[in-house]
Design a protein around this ligand. Structure first.
Ligand code: NAD
Length: 488
């Protein structure tokens, strides 16, 4: 079995114990993972705090930090095939997707490498003649970056990139499910030459690792991606030390097709929106809203296309849909599909547990037009299950689209330009894609409202979120300070 170690204070360590990681396509263990418990979490946070306060990192210029990030980007790009192999093996995410995504992850590091020396302060035209006042943008401190198992190289790049560009130090915690790719990534951090303690990479289970990290008094900021329930735990434990947080949580994103849309494009985008990454995507377009006049036609086309999706081993380049990451997740998903059918949802395709090894689940479509309270319409399923609702007109589409506690992403397919603009304004979500879906870029902010969290990743604003403003007052007069009892 392959072995993966923790990375703490510039050294690789086997941790408190080792646990097995399973290949989701076969259910058999393939790797031994080092586990961090309280002592390792403490060591990682202490190393990050030391590296933040003393040593070469705080003395480094922003340009030098940018060069290190450029080096990391080059290493990620060169290692992309190997990282993709490991991520595919450990999480079941198909090789087509991991290969393309990790190559693009390098661009995220490049974007933040270029940004490092462009995080500027400001000079204020202050209302007093004998004062110079300016603002320094300083790094916020020690960051806990916590990611789930899906797309974790990508999800850590959108935290590490801006945090390091801003001058922070980081304890990056991989999920206990599929942690191998991030522990492999730590080898590249080491090779890039970051000073010890600037980046620490650990993994472990919630009570002994995640909860200890978020409650740690020396953590200044928590950048979290995961589910809303875990986010509540994170907020409760970070309340003790009042760390700031950014939360990137799940979604139940509406994908809206009007009758005037280019149906071929809309159907293709919807197939990608729900079945790519085997539906394990926070921005999955998991609620299809389709205008009543074309509903049956769209359902038939989707079912036909879904039937032709190639399901198979995730490492095979022909595979389009692989296994879910864990058996636990498959059981939960199937339970909700079964309950929704029992509640009256019409099963268009899929919905049957396949026989054989691996946590596979077929592309599944449920028409919930007559069952607006079906559980599949309300809960994030994180799997290849599309819930469909018909709508009559624009107002009806807006009402249904916003009838959710989430607010991450949305898609609108229409050829009517003025309607597109009205929909953009009316939809309550952090992202609106018009006549496209699931496009991302390091240049564009990403995040949501409500149960989808708060804060944004990507773009310049994300780097500013890892800074704090220091206001500097400098008196330019040599005259004695007048009346000490009057505030100036
Ligand atoms: P999860 O919330 O169970 O776990 C996320 C991370 O939190 C893991 O590293 C886990 O070990 C850690 N964790 C668990 N309990 C903790 C605790 N008490 N304290 C601190 N850390 C703890 O999520 P998951 O099931 O691994 O991932 C799926 C979820 O992530 C979905 O809801 C999905 O939508 C969301 N997600 C959101 C985005 C986004 O950018 N908005 C991207 C990907 C995934």
């Amino acid at each position: 079995m392959e072995q993966f170690d923790l990375y703490i204070d510039g050294a690789f360590t086997p941790g408190a114990a080792r646990f097995e990681s399973r290949d989701p396509s076969t259910g058999t263990p393939w790797a031994l993972i080092a586990e961090a418990r309280a002592a390792e979490v403490d060591a990682a946070v202490a190393a990050a705090k030391r590296a933040f306060r003393s040593g070469p990192w705080p003395a480094m210029t922003a340009t030098a930090r940018g060069k290190l990030l450029h080096r990391l980007a080059d290493l990620v790009q060169a290692a992309a095939p190997e990282l993709a192999r490991i991520e595919t093996r450990d999480t079941g995410k198909i090789i087509r997707e991991t290969s393309a995504q990790i190559a693009y992850v390098a661009d995220y590091y490049r974007y933040y490498a270029g940004l490092a020396d462009k995080i500027e302060g400001a000079h204020l035209p202050i209302d007093k003649p004998d004062m110079e006042v300016w603002l320094r943008r300083e790094p916020i401190g020690v960051v806990a970056a916590i990611v789930p198992w899906n797309s974790q190289l990508f999800l850590s790049a959108v935290k590490l990139g801006p945090a390091l560009a801003a001058g922070c130090t980081v304890v990056l915690k991989a999920s206990e499910d599929g942690p191998a790719p991030l522990l492999a990534f730590a080898r590249l951090v080491h090779e890039a030459g970051f000073p010890p303690g600037v980046v620490n990479v650990i993994t472990g289970f919630a009570p002994d690792c995640g909860a200890v990290l978020t409650a740690h008094p020396d953590i200044d900021h928590i950048a979290f991606t995961g589910g809303p329930e875990t986010a509540r735990h994170v907020l409760r434990s970070s309340a003790e030390n009042l760390a700031s947080t950014s939360l990137e949580l799940g979604g139940k994103s509406p994908f809206i097709i009007f009758a005037d849309a280019d149906l071929d494009s809309a159907v293709n985008a919807q197939i990608a929106g729900i079945f790519a990454a085997t539906g394990q995507s926070c921005v999955a377009g998991s609620r299809l809203l389709v205008q009543d006049s074309i509903r049956e036609k769209v359902l038939a086309t989707l079912a036909d296309r879904a039937a032709r999706i190639v399901s198979g081993p995730p490492g095979d380049s022909a595979t389009e849909i692989g296994p879910l990451c864990t058996e636990r997740q498959r059981a939960q998903l199937h339970g909700i599909v079964t309950a929704s059918v029992a509640a009256g949802a019409r099963l268009i395709c899929g919905g049957v547990l396949p026989e054989g090894p691996g946590s596979y689940y077929p592309p599944t479509i449920l028409d919930c037009t007559e069952t607006p309270d079906a559980p599949c319409l309300r809960q994030e399923l994180f799997g290849p299950v599309l819930s469909v609702t018909g709508f009559t007109d624009e107002a009806d589409a807006i009402r249904i689209a916003n009838d959710t506690a989430y607010g991450l992403a949305s898609g609108v397919f229409t050829r009517d330009l003025t309607r597109a603009h009205r929909m953009i304004r009316a939809i309550r979500a952090g992202i609106v894609w018009v006549n496209t879906y699931r496009a991302v870029s390091p240049i564009a902010p990403f995040g949501g409202h409500g149960l989808s969290g708060h804060g944004r990743e990507g773009g310049l604003a994300a780097a500013l979120d890892f800074t704090t403003v220091k206001t500097v007052w400098l008196r330019t007069s040599d005259d004695p300070i007048p009346d000490p009892f009057v505030m100036r």
